[in-house]
Design a protein around this ligand. Sequence first.
Ligand code: ADP
Length: 273
Amino acid sequence: DYDTDLGFKELGEKMHEMNQRNAEMDLMKEMEDYRKEYIGNVSHELKTPLFSIQGYIETLRDGGVEDLSIRDKYLQRIDSSVERLLNIVKDLDMINRFEAGQIELKYSTFDINHLIQEVFDLLEMEAERQSMTMQLQTTQSQLFVFADKQRISQVLINLISNAVKYANREEAQIIVSTREGVQNIHISVEDNGMGIKPENLPRIFERFYRVESSRNRKEGGSGLGLAIVKHIMEAHKQTISVESVYLSGTKFKFKLAKSSIEKIRKIKANFIE
Ligand code: ADP
């Protein structure tokens, strides 16, 4: 005979300890896998423009290019690869500064609808080239928010240019909508493009993460755009959410604090009525 109580208790403790160790090991392996993947992604994003620069320089140096216009074209391509590298470094620097809490927002009151229209104007050529339409749907002609205008403009540029980039179909449509809530203005950016598979969706805000099919695309992009969007929203003490149906479309949603001007406008409107 043996003391079963004690035996079970010890066994239980041993099992608990082992489970804990396994969980720790799983977590460590997961972190290690993530680190490896991350470094792989970073080097991929850097390698592409670097190889292109190297290739053009070699061709130019070998003297194979007599034609001045071709030489010019190659120099321009070198230039745009350098610009791409610089942009990656600038974006990374911005992310690091956000993570270190070194970025201070410059709050002001502005009309979000007007800002959206400005971003549409900026991206109009690219959208037209792909015969896409961009549309603003709103409940009021003006909606004033209290936020960092330049950073919110960056959020809109990143989201709308992604919608343009990943539309991947004829007659794609991008709808940006704004509406007034009680405390906030609600904003969404929706496209009817290629969508994102559910298994990839939770990762799209990670830096350098790109869905495999995007990685193989020609269009520039480094997988930092959405990481920046998330940081800007967090700095505003807000969140951003995403819904997507694979092969059918994607919708990003966020909100911004309503400016007190909105409240004054409401009182005025009631007074006039
Ligand atoms: P990228 O530079 O690759 O566009 P982002 O951080 O902006 O990087 O986006 C990360 C990934 O999320 C993209 O590579 C793409 O796979 C996916 N993605 C982002 N926006 C959309 C969208 N509107 N439709 C489909 N996929 C998208």
